[in-house]
Design a protein around this ligand. Structure first.
Ligand SMILES: [Zn+2]
Ligand SMILES: [Zn+2]
Length: 317
């Protein structure tokens, strides 16, 4: 049985493989991915746009971690890695109106590691420069406010010049409405309910995952974490589990086992979380990533459908 997943590739050279059960994009033995659809989803319904699927290593084809959950034409960003705003612009240019840069005004940070926040000043300022008048509503762990305060200080002269100089930029659109949150329901509107849960990311005091419930669909995002029961509990048969991973081929060490989830461990997490579709992102593969081996490791325990996300993939639960 095919999973009820729809998958688009926005980049001309990219192919997004909708996987059958137990089969991933680069599964051993080779899988014929379906031809990419020529149309992108309408703004109605629920889908996820992977803005960046990378990690700190500056791989040119993988921007920093960031994704957008789009519900009924509104984009809710999770994390703001390098390139997030430009990737949103790329998605907009391919017909996803919800990602028009000057409309980006809500984001949820999983934690404050640089790879997840290097795009934050971009998200604060560029949509404003392009015409946003509403503040950015930003949800994140303790420390988010201090980071925003520091960035506002760093760009104070820029902001002053744009507001009071010849650009006549809005006096409000550069502002950030910061919400430092704890686990629980952290946001709700007519489209979504967002629930944060604590994950274990090495020595970070606070790191969060998020569950989005929208239009009868459930999307769980692990953030960066070592294997954590809260992910299993938050998913519990969810439609989409989006999880980080590193391959044992990359070589485990004390840092990786404390901060991240190996592919073998992810197989165990996913087997118990029972997502209808597992999407792997933030894949740490070293200089020579071997996604086929990584998938074999996951599939030791998880036999459901898997996709390894690429930048600008669009996946509908
Ligand atoms: Zn990370
Ligand atoms: Zn991290």
């Amino acid at each position: 049985m095919k999973p009820s997943v729809l998958c688009w590739a926005l980049g001309v050279a990219m192919l997004c493989a909708a996987a059958g059960p137990g089969i991933g994009q680069a599964a051993p033995g080779g899988v014929q991915p379906p031809a990419p659809l020529q149309t992108v989803p309408s703004d109605h319904g629920v889908f996820v746009v992977f803005l960046g699927t990378g990690m700190p290593r500056p791989i040119p084809t993988r921007q920093g971690p960031s994704l957008a959950v789009v519900v009924n034409g509104t984009a809710y960003l999770v994390d703001a890695g390098t390139g997030a705003v430009r990737q949103a612009a790329a998605a907009f240019s391919h017909g996803i109106d919800a990602l028009q840069p000057n409309t980006l005004d809500i984001a949820f940070l999983t934690h404050l590691h640089s790879d997840h926040t290097l795009g934050l000043p971009d998200l604060m300022l560029t949509p404003w420069v392009m015409g946003r008048t509403a503040p950015l509503h930003l949800y994140g762990p303790t420390g988010t406010r201090a980071m925003v305060d520091g960035l506002e200080h760093a760009y104070a002269e820029d902001i002053d010049l744009r507001v009071n100089g010849l650009e006549h930029s809005s006096k409000t659109g550069h502002r950030v409405d910061v919400h430092e949150i704890q686990p629980g329901v952290v946001y709700q509107d007519e489209n979504v309910k967002v629930t944060a849960f604590a994950v274990q990311h090495g020595s970070w005091k606070e790191a969060l995952g998020y569950r989005f419930d929208a239009d009868g669909r459930s999307i769980v995002i692990s953030g960066d974490t070592r294997p954590t029961e809260t992910v299993v509990q938050a998913c519990n048969g969810c439609d989409l589990l989006i999880h980080e991973v590193y391959s044992m081929a990359r070589g485990g060490n004390a840092y990786f086992s404390a901060f991240h989830t190996s592919a073998v461990e992810l197989g165990d997490i996913a087997a118990r979380a029972r997502p209808k579709l597992l999407v792997i992102t933030h894949y740490v593969g070293g200089d020579k990533p071997n996604p086929a081996q990584m998938l074999q490791e996951v599939q030791q325990k998880f036999t459901g459908p898997i996709i390894v996300a690429s930048d600008l993939d669009v996946i509908a639960p």
